[in-house]
Design a protein around this ligand. Structure first.
Ligand SMILES: NC(=O)c1ccc[n+]([C@@H]2O[C@H](COP(=O)([O-])OP(=O)(O)OC[C@H]3O[C@@H](n4cnc5c(N)ncnc54)[C@H](OP(=O)(O)O)[C@@H]3O)[C@@H](O)[C@H]2O)c1
Length: 438
């Protein structure tokens, strides 16, 4: 049986999982792939660290260059994390003609354009199934299974940590910091959870999905990103009373279509979604991605978005594909650029419905002043709720559900509203998604 040599850079959570499952399912994989996948070397920071899974000490190194120099390594798997070292490793692997597999979403989001241009130039495939939604095979789905479709929209719950926190805030009424501490205690959040709670981990994945779906590499500066770190239990409760759940949603849309020269919108923010929608029931650390194509219609993918075993499953699926790629010329080197969709739509023009909560003086006429400002900015009000409870300062809460308006219209109106003497900043402004029913 032919052997295919693998060099793994990184034997942490994911790398150790890949090693473990390659060994555990060796016979099955060999039958399916038609070749034996053999780990020849692994790169770590500390060769003396005790490890539950990994090659013998003699095959460990601290120099990723050893993978490039070893002629027995056919596939380089980058699972180190970070940006500079992985970028140098991947570039060197492509230049050396070694097939690349990576799970590094931050790296692809920032440097995907140059990596895939280099890969196409050298005709070396780069696979990245583990970079987005962990065990859910969403990359291969968009690139291959849905190839017949113009992608109309993608909606994703693609950060398990923030989904766990929001689930606990919703179901147990916890405030944000208590829910975050619980997520850390359960091992669902890192000691430094910044990228999870500020929305950027989900944004990195949204960039990858949008780029694959629309054929141009989306720049980080062209997308709107807001995390869950400013959400309050009060807004989650009011949203619940109005029939919504709050989710950190990645929203990717090209509703104008390429024939209309329509740009693409990419955003990640806490979003009110109807409790009756299937995405509202995605709880805890689970991920889900809804993809709508013009041919297939609506599809939904659900599973674990991180963790050792689901992510190892994704990496090994790439290894199998990489093994096949080693046998023949490919047209697709991981991402195929095309010019059908142009660029990202400017944020200012992106339209959505809104939930707005204001702390206001409890006296007659306040609602009329707020409604007047919304009216002259051409923003319709679909409902108003004034709960009888007051905040600690004795102010009333005014909750408004607003019709579709652009980001620019809404910001102008909000600035004016916050200048009213009867409204106390800050306001809570959240976007509402009705999945094409607007
Ligand atoms: N964890 C997940 O659930 C998950 C899911 C999807 C994608 N990913 C992505 O997969 C990648 C790896 O994540 P992880 O959670 O497995 O990370 P991790 O547990 O921190 O492991 C990192 C590994 O890389 C090694 N390493 C780091 N920097 C190195 C350097 N400069 N030189 C040599 N070795 C180095 C470390 O060596 P030592 O062992 O000696 O410290 C360790 O083995 C990241 O890009 C992450 O975003 C992770």
């Amino acid at each position: 049986m032919r052997q295919i040599g693998i060099g793994i850079a990184g034997l942490g959570t994911v790398g150790a999982g890949v090693y473990k499952h390659l060994a555990q399912n060796r016979a099955l994989l060999t039958e399916r792939v038609g070749a034996e996948l053999v780990v020849r070397r692994a790169v770590v920071r500390d060769v003396n660290k005790p490890r539950v899974a990994g090659p013998p000490p003699g095959e460990l190194t601290t120099r990723w260059q050893d993978l490039i120099d070893d002629p027995a390594v056919d596939i380089v798997v980058e699972l180190m994390g970070g940006i500079d070292e992985p970028l140098a490793l991947i570039n060197a692997a492509i230049d050396a003609g070694k097939v690349v597999v990576t799970g590094n979403k931050a790296l692809l989001a920032e440097h995907g354009r140059e990596i895939f241009a280099r890969a196409a130039g050298k005709k070396v495939p780069v696979f990245f199934e583990a970079s987005t939604a962990g065990g859910i095979p969403i990359i291969k789905t968009i690139r291959e299974a849905l190839i017949a479709n113009h992608i109309v929209s993608i909606h994703g719950i693609i950060n398990g940590t923030s989904n766990y926190i929001l689930t606990r805030m919703t179901d147990a009424g916890l405030d944000f910091s208590t829910a975050l501490a619980e997520a850390q205690a359960q091992g669902y959040a890192e000691a430094d959870p910044t990228l999870d709670i500020n929305g950027w981990d989900a944004a990195h994945k949204a960039i990858i999905l949008a780029s694959l779906a629309y054929g141009f590499w989306v720049e980080t500066g062209n997308i709107f990103v807001e995390g869950i770190d400013k959400l309050t239990a009060t807004d989650i409760r009011f949203a619940g009373e109005l029939g919504y759940r709050v989710k950190l949603l990645a929203i990717i849309k090209a509703d104008a279509g390429p024939e209309n020269g329509g740009g693409v919108e990419v955003r990640v923010h806490p979003t009110l979604i109807p409790k009756t929608h299937v995405l509202a029931s995605v709880s805890g650390v689970f991920n889900a991605v809804r993809v709508c194509g013009d041919v297939v219609g609506e599809t939904l993918f659900y599973g674990r978005g991180a963790g050792q075993d689901p992510t190892a499953s994704a990496v090994i699926s790439d290894l199998a594909e990489a093994a096949v790629a080693l046998n023949g010329e490919r047209r697709c080197y991981g991402f195929t650029p095309h010019g059908l969709y142009g660029t990202c739509r400017p944020l200012e023009g992106i339209r959505s419905r809104y939930y707005l909560r204001l702390a206001v003086d409890d006296r007659p006429g306040v609602l009329a002043q707020v409604a007047g400002i919304l009216g002259h900015n051409e923003i319709g009000i679909s409902s108003v709720v004034q709960p009888e409870t007051h905040d600690e300062a004795g102010r009333a809460q005014l909750v408004l559900m607003l019709d579709r308006a652009s980001h620019r219209q809404m910001q102008t109106a909000l600035d004016e509203i916050l200048r009213l003497g009867c409204v106390m900043p800050p306001a809570a402004l959240l976007r509402v998604e009705s999945f094409g029913a607007e």
